[in-house]
Ligand binder design. Structure first.
Ligand code: NMX
Ligand code: MLT
Length: 431
């Protein structure tokens, strides 16, 4: 049995007891009341989920199992010669709540490499997707096909006892995560490089993704490790985590549950915003006739976007009320590796100009930069300019968080999610 599975197996009874005790002691405490406005308003601020892997504070940002982004960067094991956390070490942290040793993190590298092969008939199906199909649709379809290998679906059909659901959920999650670099990079190479697919070099997960996209440098491998670490998890209420959890609560297998998360991420108000940001920057550059651009012209363009009933992508958030620390962390990477990049300078300029404009509009709750305001310029700097591919990278990373959570959902026996809805008629007559 793998080191991680053994550790999870040891932790499950403790956690089950802890949850039982918490529910016995605090089960009737009120987390929040829900107003009619919240029911119409996308349930913003409704506290009604339990997710163990991470917690988001509106002013401080995300903590993965209690650790902030800088703390993770300091404490989590890294690749030899690298400064950024290995995604493997973050996954171990999300699964166990513990910082892994270097050997534990490396055991995951080894295990994911061993599980990474995608069956040839599935590769052929992926190769048959038209290049015009959006990469996110290709990803959803590819994972849907991969589902034929679901061990959870097979175990369920064979009548497995509910106390063992977590075991095949864990195995499916590990297999899916292990295969994602092959799948995501195949989609990229098929769509933009005439199907010239690159075999995995068998390094760590982030380095494999970089190499298979076509980048061999230490710097891009570091960027990919950072990117995969940063986008992995954002507590349970964001649309991709919630969709995975909701579909998973029906006992749909991890492959199908994750496709729900991926389709949620494909929306422009969620993960697709990283594509939208790059497009928006490129349109600005075209329209103003190149860089640098004056603050006045840029301000005019921001207002044009708003006045034409569109959002400024990369800004605002449903929970965060200050700059996203994932933005700040990417900015630090850019300052270290590409301080003179003109598009990075444009991102910095926007970071000065957009927030005061958005906060001058009373209905907007936050004008601060979110994670998507930055990621595209980092990728563009190294030549990955195909913006409609960007959300595939976000989704690849998000698998780490939502599949760790799904494993715990099953270990804790969380039930089918099914909130109550009302009609407007009912509210008019009864409230
Ligand atoms: N540009 C223009 N209008 C905005 C923006 C923005 N960046 N942010 C919020 N608003 C509007 C919003 O559309 C809403 O308008 P209306 O009432 O007419 O529908 C109003 O302000 C109130 O919204 P908030 O309560 O401030 O934000 P909400 O929680 O509803 O939405 C987002 C959060 C993230 C959907 C919103 O800020 C947004 O659309 N931002 C731009 C898209 C984006 O960057 N999304 C990525 C988020 C991070 N991620 O990766 O998922
Ligand atoms: C995320 O990473 O999921 C986004 O920031 C959206 C969210 O948290 O609502």
């Amino acid at each position: 049995m793998s080191l991680l599975r053994k550790r999870v197996e040891e932790l499950i009874p403790e956690k089950q007891e802890e949850v039982k005790a918490v529910r016995a002691e605090k089960g009737d405490k009120v987390l929040c009341e829900v107003t009619v406005d919240q029911a119409y308003g996308g349930m913003r601020g409704v506290k009604s989920l339990v997710t163990e892997t991470s917690l988001l504070d509106p002013h401080e940002g995300i903590r993965f199992r209690g650790l902030s982004i800088p703390e993770c960067q300091e404490q989590l094991p890294k690749a030899a010669g690298g400064d950024e956390p290995l995604p493997e070490s973050l996954f171990w942290l999300l699964m166990t709540g513990e910082v892994p040793t270097q050997a534990e993190a490396e055991s995951l590298t080894e295990e994911w490499n061993a599980r990474s092969e995608v069956p040839e008939h599935i590769n052929k199906i992926i190769d048959s997707f038209p290049k015009t199909l959006h990469p996110m649709s290709q990803l959803v379809a590819a994972i849907g096909v991969l589902q034929e290998g679901s061990l959870f679906a097979k175990a369920y059909a064979d009548g497995v006892h509910k106390s063992k659901y977590w075991e095949t959920t864990y195995e499916d999650s590990m297999n899916l995560i292990a295969k994602l670099p092959n799948i995501s990079s195949r989609i990229y190479r098929n769509t933009y490089h005439n199907g010239d697919v690159i075999a995995s070099p068998g390094e760590d997960w982030g380095a494999n993704i970089a190499a298979q996209l076509g980048y061999d440098s230490h710097e891009v491998k570091e960027l990919m490790r950072l990117y995969m670490f940063l986008h992995s998890d954002h507590e349970g209420g964001n649309a991709s985590a919630h969709a995975t959890h909701l579909v998973g609560s029906t006992l749909s297998d991890p492959y199908l549950s994750f496709t729900a998360g991926v389709t949620a991420l494909a929306g422009p108000l969620h993960g697709l915003a990283n594509q939208e940001v790059l497009r928006w920057l490129n349109v600005v550059i075209d329209e103003v006739g190149g860089l640098p651009v004056s603050d006045e012209k840029l301000t005019e363009y921001i207002w044009d976007t708003l006045n034409s009933g569109r959002v400024v992508p990369g800004y605002g958030h449903a929970v965060l009320r200050t700059d996203d620390p994932r933005y700040t962390c990417q900015q630090q990477f850019a300052l270290k590796h590409m301080p003179e990049d003109p598009k990075f300078k444009l991102v910095k300029q926007l970071h000065e100009l957009v927030p005061p404009i958005l906060t001058s509009i009373p209905k907007i709750k936050s004008g601060a930069a979110n994670v998507d305001a930055h990621s595209g310029v980092l990728l563009t700097h190294y030549g990955l300019t195909e913006d409609n591919y960007y959300t595939v990278l976000f989704a690849t990373s998000r698998a780490l968080g939502v599949l760790a959570s799904l494993t715990w959902d099953r270990a804790l026996g969380l039930p089918l999610e099914r909130p109550k809805s009302y009609t407007t008629e009912w509210i008019k007559n009864n409230m």
